[in-house]
Design a binder for this molecule. Structure first.
Ligand code: SF4
Ligand code: SF4
Length: 316
């Protein structure tokens, strides 16, 4: 029996925007990139940790101090403000192994982020969901970066293929060439993000350059991989929303024979999650991407014979 375990922060059944048909979506923890606009920041770190949900906390309303009394590191203090009742010294939490705040809170204001699953656990979930997938559905692995937990993702994908389960992935492609090509033997459908074609700019906002990403995409196509690949780009104002970047991305795709792009408008849905992690969302003042900008970028791809889908308006 395989005992490889993966750290997962969310599982969603019946997703219809993450590959063909209805799908079960698995979010793996840990990511080598740190995109400042990330909508799932709780997936960045590879570790279990508590989230603090301000709206559930009754510290001010009911004078509750249960977590403050139980925290072994004295990491929680009262602010007395209704908007943010507790101030948490998250640096102290990094050493914590007990996470007594979660056990102490009767209102679910502290909740655990991240749970370990064995490959067998996930296969049981897929067996439960399989009747809802229909003819085209299956499983999509997302994150975080789903390729980061190397052994686990490889083993789950192998077992999916043994059971003829359709597999999709949402990845940054930022991993070693060897691991990337190996894992893709078991993937049918992929979304790969290209956040910027200029490596310095890519590094400025994500923490890493784009060379490995572009090389992995190139090597995948040249390997004759038979799956369907959609390139994705989150459109971020003042970062990658220029004509120049769209043209460079389109040219890169054309040279490889890639014909499908999915541009995603920026939204601020991740803001509350940044707050739950005790962090300030770097894009909290950024407005959503306008239809005008999306239309302009879409035209650049269409003019170069690349199908360009906007947001969830996709043909799958
Ligand atoms: S994780 Fe540990 S240190 Fe942090 S608030 Fe909870 S009990 Fe305190
Ligand atoms: S135990 Fe829960 S409700 Fe009470 S102060 Fe702590 S977080 Fe708030």
């Amino acid at each position: 029996m395989n005992e490889t375990k993966g750290l997962i922060f969310d599982i969603q059944s019946h997703s219809v925007h993450d590959g063909p048909g209805s799908r079960t979506l698995i979010f793996l923890k840990g990511c080598p990139l740190h995109c400042e606009w990330c909508a799932n920041p709780e997936g960045m770190e590879y570790r279990q940790r508590p989230l603090y949900r301000v709206t559930k906390c009754v510290h001010v309303k009911q004078k509750c101090v249960r977590c403050i009394e139980k925290c072994p590191y004295g990491a929680i203090k009262s602010s007395g403000e209704e908007e943010l009742p507790l101030i948490i010294d998250w640096d102290k939490c990094e050493k914590c192994t007990t996470m007594d705040c979660i056990k102490a809170c009767l209102n679910d204001a502290f909740v655990m982020c991240g749970k370990y699953y064995s490959v067998a656990d996930l296969m049981r979930i897929f067996t439960r969901d399989i009747n809802f997938w229909g003819r085209n559905g299956g499983v999509t692995f997302s994150g975080g970066e789903p390729l980061a937990q190397k052994e686990f993702i490889l083993e789950v994908l192998k077992q999916c293929k043994e059971k003829y389960i359709h597999t999709a992935i949402e990845t940054s492609a930022y991993t070693s060439r060897e691991h990337f090509l190996n894992v893709f033997k078991y993937i049918d459908f992929a979304f790969i993000d290209i956040k910027h074609m200029d490596s310095d700019k890519h590094k400025e906002k994500t923490g890493v350059g784009n060379e490995r990403i572009l090389e992995n995409i190139t090597d995948l196509i040249e390997s004759g991989w038979p799956g369907r690949l959609i390139i994705r780009m989150p459109v971020i104002e003042g970062f990658n929303d220029t004509d120049e970047n769209a043209i460079a991305t389109a040219e890169f795709m054309k040279n490889l024979g890639l014909r499908e792009m999915n541009i995603l408008p920026f939204h601020r849905l991740g803001e509350s999650k940044w707050r739950q992690l005790g962090k300030i969302y770097p894009y909290k003042d950024c407005e959503g991407t306008t239809d005008e900008v999306l239309g302009r970028i879409q035209d650049i791809y269409l003019d170069r014979d690349i199908l360009c889908y906007v947001s969830s308006d996709t043909p799958f």
